[in-house]
Design a binder for this molecule. Structure first.
Ligand SMILES: N[C@@H](CCC(=O)N[C@@H](CS)C(=O)NCC(=O)O)C(=O)O
Length: 249
């Protein structure tokens, strides 16, 4: 019997939600560890991760970094509940959808949100950053908040113009999902829930804030994002995300 793996996450991260949802869905027993921003890098180095981003999963002497690789690992062991996330046919199509949502919408939904929330309303972001952390973990975030904001602003290239650019990219990416759903299908590939659906729903969840999401109950949209999301809320893609969360999360 192997020791349960440990999944290292940020509460606010939609990529972490993607990995966590997959492990939950497949009934895999794991320990969840919330890490603080600086701590994430130290733990990643100690475990021998190739990079420093969350999520990463530590299991007996091995570490798997990145939501897609974590899902592939979870699919490679026998799922305790017999469920699968890889579709029986259309594996390539599912992989293409997952890759595109990981590379484009995953990045730009985050930049769209932080460009307004972290730059103009930073006090609304900090509670989610410190959620589920111990006092020892919270303290450096409180003390170093200004520095953390600066680093994040530079690394993600945040700002008003950049936010508007990411909004446009999100509009295009939502249109891509709207078009895929236009034939009335319930799932993106085949006729059952797959990793393509899980990837798209989790990475778009910051726009929808579904009530089944484990960590977004305290997250509020800043005003311009809230107005855009209100305009977009009846799009097929966002209605579908709400439905997928209600059915599968
Ligand atoms: N493609 C990666 C993206 C992971 C990612 O961007 N994680 C962010 C949190 S949302 C992070 O840790 N950023 C800090 C860093 O990259 O050092 C995945 O699917 O896991």
């Amino acid at each position: 019997m192997m020791t349960p793996p440990t999944l290292y996450v940020f509460a606010i991260s939609h990529y972490c939600e993607k990995a966590r949802w997959a492990l939950d869905y497949l009934g895999i027993n794991f320990t969840l560890r919330h890490v603080a921003p600086g701590e994430r890098m130290q733990v990643a180095r100690k475990l021998g991760c190739p990079g420093t981003s969350v999520p990463y999963l530590a299991l007996d002497g091995q570490v798997i970094q990145g939501s897609a690789d974590i899902i592939s690992w979870a699919e490679s062991i026998r799922s305790p509940n017999g469920r699968r996330l890889t579709p029986e046919s259309g594996i390539e199509q599912a992989a293409e959808i997952e890759q595109r949502i990981d590379d484009i919408a995953g990045v730009h939904v985050r930049r769209f949100y932080y460009s307004e929330a972290l730059v103009e309303h930073p006090s609304t972001v900090r509670p989610i950053f410190t959620q589920y952390l111990s006092w020892q973990q919270k303290l450096p975030i409180w003390l170093g908040w200004r520095k953390i904001r600066g680093i994040m602003t530079r690394r993600m290239d945040l700002g008003r113009e950049q936010g508007a650019q990411s909004q446009q990219i999100m509009d295009t990416e939502l249109q891509w999902i709207d078009d895929l759903l236009a034939d009335g299908r319930s799932y993106l590939v085949g006729d059952r829930f797959s990793r393509a659906d899980l990837a798209v729903a989790s990475l778009l969840s910051p726009l929808v804030l579904p009530q089944q999401h484990p960590t977004y109950s305290g997250l509020a949209h800043p005003p311009r994002l809230a107005a855009t999301v209100a305009d977009w809320s009846e799009r097929a893609s966002l209605r579908w995300v709400r439905d997928i969360y209600a059915k599968h999360r």
